[in-house]
Ligand binder design. Structure first.
Ligand code: GAL
Length: 957
């Protein structure tokens, strides 16, 4: 039965199912989206607005387009630093013990950004939307001197319609952004500044709104209706539908009836099915149309083979057209109270990792290419799930989870039911609901009121916000208490999230046997990569998985508790990667976390191999902790050796002699105390009596040379690509020296630059910018980025005193750069003019205008010529403050040709005169040294002629 409500505007419906045609489609972004990431100007620190004292100034300051100070169009930003986004200024600051511990002791403060751009006159009439994907933390945005947005979230994107206030042709648009990064939204490192992408989207007036296509497949129920079916073994068919919702806006002047087409393509770009309708949308209104696509026997999205389909949604209406490309996946999900999580009706234990959003060297300004690296590492450790702790992720993360087959718990930042925060959650769901990887919406993390009726009532409301937009995924909340209160949050969610609280797992399940449960956060095991002795004075934690804070558990204990409970859907380990800040269990001088399975750079700690052994079933895992490079005075002394494996039995040999053989404990692993003797320590894994794996560590010689290994051997020259490069020291036999701790310096050729460095040492205070970094326990990382358009190889050189240097040459593939809007130069434009009434007789051209007279002279903007309604004299007047350089040296004003007899006066002095109209292509008027000036232009106009200031007035050298 079709259970569908058609909107009034829906007139025709054409449905073609399972038709395969030669029509090809490539997934990608619409061509109307232009990057604004290049060419921002930045000022570190606040630029407070001058106090308003006079009445006239107060009156004018409250008017549209007349923002003060650094928000104003005419502000002098010529000395600001030029940079490209993404940008995090906090990571550029040295660590400082007086700064906030949670933010990794990095100073944050205030910052300002400005950017200019031009729009074609042909863009006039188009819908123009400015998009910011993330600014940390509070931000105010002005466009052309008008405040257009105030953002109270460091993690949520926002979209600003600037159609009404955009300037075209030679007239420059100015964006100003004030960022308050003293504001904090979390207890972890949050970065500072515009740390995600920025875009300008040009669309036809009738268009599909941003995040306006919801096209997520659902399996039909046994009865064939569109209620999302919980797939169980007895469902006989494989019939699906995509109940698509498309939201259309019209910023044009007329009512429109666009034709809407939605088409589904498989991974071979073949058309699977398509549907059409006609919508009706009034001027300055939005409407949502619904269309249904039917699909039978699709290729499923699985963790092993995450098949993605492409949805192309097209809009056409007279001259208007728009296209949006989204992706989707056919999969069912189900949480069962007895047996956990099911993907496509197959039980999958959730092996998840929680992660924050920063990386060594770059802080939160993580280039897209670095997310690829991070996700690969997560996959490599055997994880199958990712928790976006505790905020909206970069959209790249979800795209990667879709294409790599990683499940996602997508999390809201603030637990708050006020309109501002409900809107934040609504945005998250709207942006992310097409991703097949997303399986859970999390509405909070660890809230003190989780065991109260207030908490319960708030979650009910947040859950409703989700369900209005997506009924196909359960809502959860990451609780760490309150589970047993009479009224508590667990009663308002679909799946209960346990953060730690392992002592309560069984009691909760016994009392709530019908409630699905997952651990939303666990372990919090702490260790430092490559360290094998704990020294609390030096803030060193051994990497044998021996330690966790009071609320947590070691990796081995935590997983055993999850794995042994079939009703527990799985767990999300705190954390996949280390992050800046939260240096638990220490304080200064430790500046980053110890929780990571991988360190801050993504180098594996022992926990990485432990997780592989615990999580990976289909291939042998074998590893030894520690390395075998101990000082001479350790000879003969016992060293703890842990063999990490998923084998049934393991054998350990030192220099060919058997140390022992043990039945493996699949959760705890096995250990020996081995008297240290340099040489070769080898482990052999057995299964069914057969050898299945071998691993060895060797005592190496002293470091003699460096080695550089990029994550990706070739990069592109788009200007946004990047790769981490592993830096190591090798001994004379080419072996990695695991205890090398020595300073390394780097240099790149002109084809690229270093965007950050790190070494994964949580106690390191070395700057993460520049070109020096020490190896920490054998490793350091340099992140390099090719410059836009470069064609020669990017060469990276590494040198260390006494060692043979290393050179890496990375070929650059030529690619078409992302469409972007070039940044216009910092030039003072005079856009605030007054125009006098028409005088019959020649007035004093330099006549003053009283400050509080807002009425007798009209405000005007240079641009279009106006038809003179009477003959006579008109004065155009502007006061201006030249940029600092011209205050000292004087400069020129550049005007477009003016019709009529003209006199130009600067500061009460006539500078130029014109009697033949118009005389020049451009009028250039010198002005003297000084802080402020006034320009008065006297024009003698004839009735019926076109007169005035024709185009932007520029002040320059
Ligand atoms: C949790 C919290 C995380 C992190 C972690 C450290 O309570 O949700 O954000 O602070 O503890 O163990």
């Amino acid at each position: 039965m079709m259970n569908w409500l058609w909107t009034a505007g829906l007139m025709i419906l054409l449905l073609t199912s399972l038709q395969v045609s030669a029509q090809q489609v490539k997934p990608g972004e619409g061509t109307s989206r232009f990057s604004l990431d290049e060419g921002w100007l930045f000022h570190l620190g606040d630029i407070p607005f001058a106090p308003l004292l006079g009445h006239g100034a107060s009156y004018m300051a409250s008017k549209a387009g007349i923002a003060p100070g650094a928000a104003a169009v005419d502000y002098d930003d010529s000395q600001w630093l030029s940079l490209n986004l993404p940008h995090d200024w906090a990571i550029e600051q040295p660590v400082d013990s007086t700064e906030n511990i949670s933010q990794g002791y990095h100073k944050r403060g205030f910052g300002w950004y400005r950017r200019r751009f031009k729009l074609d006159t042909a863009d006039k009439g188009k819908n123009l939307e400015l998009q910011f994907e993330g600014i940390a933390t509070h931000a105010t945005i002005w466009v052309n001197g008008q405040v257009v947005y105030r953002s109270w979230s460091a993690y949520n994107a926002f979209y600003i319609d600037i159609t009404a206030i955009a300037r075209y042709g030679e007239d420059v648009n100015t964006i100003a952004v004030k960022v308050d990064a003293n504001a904090m939204e979390g207890w972890w490192y949050e970065g500072a500044g515009i740390y995600r992408h920025t875009w300008l989207v040009k669309r036809s007036p009738v268009h599909i709104v941003t995040d306006g296509v919801f096209a997520h497949p659902v399996l039909l129920s046994a009865a064939g209706d569109q209620t999302p079916a919980s797939e169980t073994t007895n469902l006989a068919h494989d019939n699906w539908c995509i109940p698509a919702e498309i939201t259309i806006a019209n910023t044009g002047k007329q009512k429109a009836s666009p034709h809407i087409n939605i088409s589904l393509y498989n991974r071979h770009h073949q058309l699977v099915t398509t549907a059409d309708t006609v919508a009706t949308v009034n001027a300055l209104e939005q409407t949502t149309v619904k269309l249904n696509l039917s699909v039978t026997n699709p290729l499923r999205w699985t963790l092993e083979d995450p098949a993605l389909y492409t949805v192309v949604t097209k809009l056409q209406s007279n001259n208007d057209n728009d296209e949006v490309i989204t992706r989707c996946g056919f999969r069912t999900i189900r949480f069962d109270a007895d047996s956990g999580f099911y993907l496509n009706n197959k039980r999958v234990k959730i092996k998840g990792v929680c992660n924050h959003i920063d990386h060594a060297g770059v802080g939160t300004a993580v280039p897209d290419a670095l997310w690829d690296f991070r996700m690969q590492k997560i996959k490599e450790m055997g994880a199958n799930a990712y928790r976006c702790a505790h905020n909206a992720p970069a959209s790249r993360i979800l795209d990667l989870c879709d294409s790599l087959g990683i499940l996602v718990m997508d999390e809201n930042r603030n637990f708050n039911t006020s309109p501002e925060y409900l809107a934040q959650l609504a945005w998250l769901v709207k942006r992310d609901r097409n991703h097949p990887s997303v399986i859970l919406w999390s509405v909070f993390n660890e809230e003190p009121i989780q065991g109260t009726e207030t908490g319960y009532e708030m979650v009910r409301r947040l859950s409703k916000q989700v369900k209005i937009r997506d009924t196909t995924r359960p809502v959860t909340a990451a609780m760490n208490g309150g589970f047993f209160s009479e009224i508590n949050v667990s009663q308002a969610v679909d799946v209960v999230g346990f953060n730690y609280e392992i002592k309560h797992y069984d009691r909760f399940h016994a009392l709530n046997p019908r409630k699905p449960v997952t651990s939303s956060e666990d372990a919090s095991g702490v260790m430092v990569r490559g360290e094998y002795y704990t020294n609390t004075v030096k803030h060193i934690l051994d990497a044998y998985d021996t330690q966790a804070p009071s609320w947590g558990a070691t990796h081995r204990k935590a997983w055993k508790l999850i794995d042994e409970r079939p009703w527990m859907a799985g767990a999300f380990v705190w954390t996949g990667f280390d992050y800046h800040g939260e240096p638990t269990p220490f304080r200064w001088p430790t500046v980053s976390s110890n929780f990571g399975i991988l360190d801050l750079c993504g180098f594996p700690k022992t926990a990485f191999y432990l997780r592989q052994a615990l999580w990976i079933k289909d291939k042998p895992i074998l590893h030894i902790a520690p390395h075998w490079n101990f000082p001479k005075d350790s000879i003969g002394k016992p060293v703890k050796v842990m063999v990490i494996s998923n084998a049934e039995k393991v054998k350990l040999l030192l220099n060919g002699k058997t140390i022992g053989e043990q039945q493996n404990d699949p959760y705890n692993m096995v250990s020996w105390q081995v008297p240290y003797k340099p040489g070769k320590l080898e482990a052999i894994g057995f299964r069914n009596g057969k050898q299945v794996s071998r691993f060895q560590v060797q005592t190496t010689g002293a470091p003699v040379r460096l080695r550089l290994t990029p994550f990706r051997p070739a990069l592109d020259n788009s200007g946004t690509d990047a790769t981490p490069v592993t830096v190591e020291a090798l001994d004379a036999n080419g072996r990695h020296v695991p205890d090398a701790n020595l300073p390394v310096s780097f240099n790149t050729s002109n084809a690229g630059r270093i965007i950050g460095l790190g070494n994964g040492n949580p106690n390191s205070h070395e700057p993460e910018k520049g070109n020096h970094q020490s190896l920490f326990n054998g490793f350091a990382q340099v992140i390099v980025q090719p410059l836009k358009g470069e064609t020669t190889n990017l060469v990276l050189e590494a040198t260390a005193p006494g060692l043979e240097p290393a050179t890496l040459s990375i070929p650059l593939q030529q690619v078409a750069a992302q469409p972007s809007l070039p940044a216009s130069a910092s030039i003072l434009t005079l856009d605030k003019w007054r125009m006098s009434p028409v005088f019959n007789t020649r007035p004093n051209p330099a006549m003053a205008l009283s400050d509080n007279d807002m009425n007798s002279w009209m405000a005007t903007q240079p641009g279009k010529l106006q038809e003179a309604t009477s003959s006579g004299y008109v004065i155009y007047r502007a006061a201006f403050t030249p940029y600092a350089a011209q205050q000292e040296m004087g400069g020129n004003i550049y005007l477009k040709p003016i019709n009529g007899d003209v006199e130009i006066w600067i500061n009460d002095k006539k500078i130029a005169e014109q009697t033949v109209s118009p005389v020049a292509k451009e009028i250039k008027i010198p002005f003297p040294v000084g802080k402020t000036h006034t320009i008065n232009i006297l024009v003698k106009q004839e009735k019926g002629t076109y007169t005035g200031l024709n185009g932007p007035v520029i002040v320059a050298e």
